[in-house]
Write a protein that binds this ligand. Structure first.
Ligand code: TYD
Ligand code: MG
Length: 455
């Protein structure tokens, strides 16, 4: 019996496996993330894939599939992030910090699906049926197609899913599920992996669509959702400031659609509601006639999003000037400041600089470079950039403004939101198909862009 057992160490952040303990994980570079677990060799498992009959190869062209097989979740922003709707037989991981609204979102999806006569089973290992009912009452009325189950034993769950054959299953959360055969505590890396494995077999075998909730944990012995990222079809992360009311659902992996797509929601008293026009939402409350502020555009999947970039540059009292960034890459801002110093003649060497993407959004696309540069220049020179100006473009190390993709969509979004001028790279001139109705200022060097500020 002992032969089948061995002790291994897992990184609870990313699932890296090692035979000895390590202080830092070589996979994800997290410190002190290894936990010791006893794993049972697969031989000791009963059942499993070996008992299934071998599959015959089929001709690719004879496999029937149509886009209509996708089902809408009744929430447009979620459908967009999923790549156009729910795919039967897929396994979707919804990760996020505790309390961000994962259970609320999935309960709303269940409500919509149950209302369109889809059988839904919501399995919770965290809350009692009464607690779920309380939350459900805030969200709205449910039809009888929606069933609840409070269970954490995976073999019982498997039995019930196989018997009832629901079309949609929600597992809330994967860290509370356990399989007796694994023999470690719920939430350990091997439990989380094995449970996901069982769920995947159910999803593919029965064609049920399964949503898995995974908490992002900061400490303790609980494995994070990254451990199962490679096993599922789609990985969505729910982000946002717990104190701000809006939330962003981001897809980081999607076998059935594009990644990097985002959906924006607002948490209210009756659950989450969609924010159909995030740019408008993010730009509301912008200061008027203030220097150091400019609107930039970043593409998120297929959608352009306009955000306000703020910069504050002031004389430093310290030997080494202080630089702080919120919502964007720190090193990138330092690089852009060096470019501004050498190529545009701004003496920033002894200035403190603070750069902030307003509204708590995180942006890393190089297309916001020009926005960051102009916000810094505007604050340094104390020149106001008019509210009606939007900018985009990548800035290179020689100060050149480089091309970015989808220039036409960005210009259209600016026009739609009532901007009158767009500052964009010269090299994008040919890709703007509809230049009418808006003033376009093409620039090829950062110096030219800063010169525009004076006029
Ligand atoms: P929840 O879905 O329980 O988070 P998770 O499952 O990710 O841990 O979200 C809980 C938070 O949302 C909690 O702070 C209360 C808040 N909330 C509202 O503000 N309005 C609502 O209608 C609901 C249902 C929750
Ligand atoms: Mg929850």
């Amino acid at each position: 019996m002992l032969k089948n057992k061995k002790t291994v160490f897992f990184c609870k952040e990313c699932g890296y496996e090692s035979s000895k303990w390590m202080g830092q994980c070589p996979g994800c570079k997290a410190w002190n993330s290894f936990t010791e677990e006893t794993v049972v060799q697969p031989k000791a498992h009963s059942g499993g894939s070996t008992l299934r009959p071998a599959q015959e190869p089929v001709i690719l062209n004879k496999v029937s599939f149509s886009e209509e097989m996708r089902r809408t979740s009744g929430i447009g922003e979620l459908d967009r992030v999923l790549g156009g709707g729910i795919v039967p037989g897929s396994l979707v991981l919804v990760g996020g910090d505790p309390g961000i609204g994962k259970s609320t979102l999935l309960l709303q999806v269940c409500r919509n699906l149950a209302a369109s006569d889809v059988s839904v089973l919501y399995i919770s290992g965290e809350e009692s049926v009464r607690q779920i009912r309380m939350r459900a009452d805030r969200i709205g009325t449910f039809t009888d197609r929606m069933e609840l189950l409070c269970e954490t034993n995976l073999q019982s769950i498997r039995g019930i899913i196989e018997k009832k054959k629901p079309q949609i299953v929600v597992i809330d959360s994967i860290q509370t599920m356990y399989d007796e055969e694994v023999g470690t505590a719920p939430g350990s890396v091997s439990q989380v992996r094995e449970s996901t494995n069982v769920l995947m077999q159910l999803a593919k075998g029965l064609g049920v669509m399964i949503f898995i909730v995974g908490h992002v944990t900061k400490e303790g012995n609980v494995a994070g959702p990254r451990v199962l990222e490679h096993m599922v079809d789609t990985v969505l992360y729910f982000e946002g400031d717990r104190y701000a009311s809006y939330r962003i659902l981001r897809s980081v992996k999607n076998r059935f659609g594009s990644t990097n797509e985002i959906g924006v929601f607002e948490m209210g008293n009756e659950g989450l509601s969609e924010v159909a026009n995030p740019s408008e939402y993010l730009l509301s409350g912008r200061p008027e006639n203030a220097s150091g502020s400019v609107v930039a555009c970043s593409m998120n999947g297929t959608r352009p999003i306009l955000v306000e970039i703020q910069a504050l540059v002031c004389q430093s009292n310290l030997g080494i000037p202080r630089r702080t960034t919120v919502g964007t890459d720190f090193n990138r801002v330092n690089l852009l400041m060096a470019v501004l110093e050498r190529k545009a003649g701004l003496a920033l060497g002894s200035s403190d600089a603070y750069v902030n993407i307003a509204g708590g959004m995180k942006m890393s696309e190089p297309a916001i470079d020009l926005g960051i540069c102009l916000a810094i220049a505007s604050s340094y020179r104390d020149i106001v950039i008019p509210d009606s100006v939007m900018v985009f473009g990548e800035v290179g190390l020689s100060g050149e403004i480089r091309a970015v993709g989808m220039a036409d969509q960005r210009v259209s979004e600016a026009r739609k939101l009532g901007f009158s001028t767009v500052i964009l790279p010269e090299v994008c001139r040919s890709s703007v198909k509809h230049p009418e109705g808006i003033r376009l200022e093409y620039v090829s060097h950062i110096r030219d862009a800063i010169r525009l500020l004076r006029n």
